[in-house]
Write a protein that binds this ligand. Structure first.
Ligand code: AMP
Length: 428
């Protein structure tokens, strides 16, 4: 029987993990500059956390959750997103009282039972940030700017910020009523799932992917007209601060984003290079009531998350990462030499020199095969020691690129290599 990874998941192979590490390291560096600290939460949470706080009539909760029952009958769900778990952790660990615990970032796998396609998986990875306790529009502008700066440091091009405001819960019923009034004469012509939303959550209709829905939405007055003056001011200040940094944006009046908890600013960073329906690299917004809804004090917050697979997709062709290099390949000829080299390799690694030891025991062809291996592994040097060298207490050190060979006493090798690799690294 042949096993394959479950549908919608994929193995990330060493040929790609370098790029993943590069994305992770760049985001860590940038987050650090803005004072964000890492948090790691469990991969599963109580199902209720997502049902109640992402919203019972969202696509994620209705169709996409991986929910299971544990042996005690508790309902658990593999996390489909990071904001609800991080907010749960923020409250549970009384982080509001701890200095330096208000700006958090996370990275890790998320799970959604979606129809897999390019850029869309059932297990995917997000890197996200959450900033708690700051209601200022400057905080919104700052994290959008942080995202843009991070992506440009990664080398991503052709990005566009789409931004909108969904206001506060007080203006929501007014917005919903306006959407209903606008659509009601054509309601019967809309797909069934949209008709359902008409009653339960009309604002989410703006988020629909169906083209037909958008034809009927054409001409809908801007939902921001229904916002309170405070919300309007908040939004225009966010834009003003983005402009101050020269960050370009497009105000998209139909952007509402899928999740229930958003208030005020919502935004996406899209890439023209991703193409198709999966062109959103990053999504985020403000959620001023989630902490309170989870039982905490009223705490404003703002955050975003981006999909690592999509960043990898964009960078794969652009970025040629340096292949990891091997300092030394060690080729002992015969058992006594092998034993000696096993200890030498151990000593070299402790001294910070990367090396691999040939385990070839047959003397015939050993050297030829070993040199082939050294080339395959892109080793800078090869060390060869046969019976004759062992008797003299020396080894042969071959520089693979030039073919130059030197003889050194075996006891000097750690020092010799330390100097040589230091010189090579300095030259790079
Ligand atoms: P969301 O949590 O839906 O706002 O998604 C934020 C980002 O995560 C998106 O812009 C994508 O880059 C990424 N993402 C969301 N769902 C998936 C998925 N099923 N597969 C791959 N990436 C995803």
């Amino acid at each position: 029987m042949k096993y394959t990874s479950p549908r919608g998941t994929k193995d990330i192979l060493p040929s790609e993990t370098g790029l993943w590490q590069h994305i992770e390291a760049t985001s860590r560096n940038v987050f650090d500059l803005y004072g964000f600290h890492e948090i790691r939460t469990p991969i599963f949470e109580s199902t209720d956390l997502f049902v109640r706080h992402i919203g019972g009539d969202t696509e994620i909760v209705q169709k996409e959750m991986y929910t299971l029952e544990d042996k005690k009958g508790r309902s658990l769900t593999l996390r489909p997103e990071g904001t609800a778990p991080v907010t749960r952790a923020y409250l549970q660990n009384a982080m509001a009282d701890k200095p330096n615990h208000q700006k958090l970032f996370y990275m890790g796998p998320m799970f959604r039972y979606e129809r897999p396609q390019a850029g869309r998986y059932r297990q995917f990875h997000q890197i996200g940030v959450e900033h708690f306790g700051d209601a200022s529009p400057i905080a919104d502008a700052e994290i959008i700017a942080m995202g843009i700066r991070m992506f440009s440091q990664l080398g991503l091009k052709n990005l566009n910020v789409r931004i909108n405001s969904v206001g506060c819960p007080i203006s929501r019923p007014v917005i919903e009523e306006r959407i209903k009034q606008f659509l009601h004469t054509n309601l019967h012509k809309l797909p069934e799932h949209i008709q359902k939303k008409f009653e339960s959550n009309p604002m989410r209709i703006l988020d629909a992917k169906d083209e037909v829905v958008h034809t009927y939405l054409a001409g809908l007055p801007d939902i921001k007209d229904a916002l309170s003056q405070d919300s309007k001011d908040h939004f225009s200040t966010v834009l003003e601060y983005l402009e101050q940094l020269g960050i370009e944006y497009t105000v998209d009046n139909t952007l509402v984003r899928g999740l229930e908890y958003y208030t005020e600013t919502v935004f996406e960073i899209v890439s023209a290079d991703l193409g198709g329906a999966q062109n959103t690299l990053c999504g985020g917004g403000r959620y001023n009531y989630l902490v309170k809804d989870l039982g905490g004090p009223k705490t404003p917050a703002v955050g975003f998350a981006f999909g690592v697979e999509r960043a990898v997709l964009l960078l794969k062709d652009q970025l040629k990462l340096k292949q990891p290099e091997l300092d030394l390949y060690i080729v002992p000829m015969g058992h006594p030499q092998q034993l000696k080299c096993f200890a030498l390799a151990d000593e070299l690694r402790q001294a910070g020199i990367s090396c691999q030891l040939s385990t070839e025991t047959k003397l015939k062809n050993a050297l030829k095969n070993a040199l082939k291996n050294a080339n395959k592994l892109s080793a800078t040097y090869t060390l060869i020691i046969g019976e004759e060298e062992a008797e003299k207490g020396v080894v042969i050190l071959k520089h693979m690129e030039s073919g130059d060979q030197e003889e050194h006493p075996i006891s000097n090798i750690p020092q010799v290599l330390k100097e040589k690799t230091k010189a090579t690294n300095a030259a790079h």
